[in-house]
Design a protein around this ligand. Sequence first.
Ligand code: BYC
Ligand code: FE
Ligand code: FE
Length: 470
Amino acid sequence: MPGIDYSQKIPNNVDLSSDKRLQRALEEWQPNYIEWWKSVGPTDFNTNDVYLRTAISVDKDGWAHFGYVKMPEYRWGIFLAEAVKDRTIGFGDLYGQPVWREVPGEHRNNLRRLIVTQADTEPASVEQQRLLGHTAPSLYDLRNLFQVNVEEGRHLWAMVYLLQTYFGRDGREEAEELLQRRSGNPDHPRILGTFNEPCEEWLSFFCFTMFTDRDGTFQLLALAESGFDPLARTCRFMLTEEAHHMFVGQTGVGRVIERTCEVMKQHPGKDPKAYGAIPLEIVQKWIYFWNSSSNDLYGAEVSSNSANFFGAGLKGRAYEDRYTEHKALDQSYSVDRFVEGKVKREEVALRNAMNEVLRDEYVKDNEKGIEYWNRITEKQGIDFRFRLPHRRFHRKIGEWAAGRFDIDGNPLDEATWQKRVGEWLPTDADRAFVKSLMKPVREAGKFASWIAPPAKGVDNRPADFEYVKL
Ligand code: BYC
Ligand code: FE
Ligand code: FE
């Protein structure tokens, strides 16, 4: 396994220089990528020095190097986790057989589709977040935004490497299209719903990195099991970067909550809005919105696609090795269905429920984040507890898209939904209020009125470190 070669135009640990055809294809794609970054990536910060981490090795520890970098000069590269010797397929019909180093012809279309869908989300998120730099609540947060952005850019590189290496001309065409679709563009949108939602203020950014990046984590966990070994290894390394994105979200929302609690204690009985803090009820609405939208990213509860992906060994379950049985044949899974306006529990073939199995893991993991936030209100002595919405709430994909449900999952008629939706989802007035707080704070060590400082800085630096040189 070669180390990461930084002497090359495209840093990599896949020995790119020995594959001239691939090297040329990627070097042709690179200027288009930079063009894309400059035109729809973070606006106006491309000449500033940002204190960023860059991958220098793919080992579990010590892969990160911190230093000032101008974002367009970030060393986006292609890094695969170490190959596991004699790795075998861990699930599905081909359980126990050697993994593939090339794409099997019969799975080419499905694999390409999975990789393109994964790839599409990465630039989409950068596009969604492109204006946030202008309203960052501190230099610390500005730096974290940019760290997330450059790493999502690298995730795109990771997927484009797979497309260009293993999918010939189709792969090259897909790689180009990944730079052409645009988040929120009605004529040429990104593939998955959440990635077309506006993310124009920082409460949305924190909820996005909490809930949507967590979908990314669970999808990557499932793809890291793939029988297509290059995909599995790519995803394994991406997962190490993903942990930081979720940290930004979880602690970001936590700091908003902490700040509001402080204001509520200082000014009992008063509206936190009057003191430039975000009421906890508004934070809760943002949680309902981004969590429900991200629940959609698992696809339909009952899905023949998911059964095919699993059976063929393309996409497994998160933590497949925690299961004792890996073929998932002749087993059923209890899934709620929406039948003639009523919720009805049914047994379905386990393979057809794989989207729901993954969503179950996701929901469980989100609960831990909710507990973390509730420890903050509890410690501050504030009588407010956060919660997740029921997974039926506000769904646009799958079984529940056909109906209306409250946050406890009870069916509602359309009129009741319309009457009550403003209790649960952000209203125009809520959005306008949150946006009104978004004033940039650019002095090192200072924080906006609506967010508490972090418990500690990045890379053991203090909170008043100059994370971005403006
Ligand atoms: N929006 O059987 P179904 C990340 C489509 S996030 C719009 O239900 P399937 C990141 C579906 O494509 C992780 N359309 O779904 C996070 C299908 O369309 P066609 C991204 C949707 O195929 C933050 C139809 O509905 N990675 O990395 O079993 C920042 C019915 O299909 C949606 C992946 O998603 C939706 N939400 O599962 C940066 C992994 N959901 O074929 C990055 C790869 C479904 O009828 N993707 N549809 O036209 C997959 O594994 C699967 O494509 C899905 C869907 C799980 C997404
Ligand atoms: Fe990503
Ligand atoms: Fe991410």
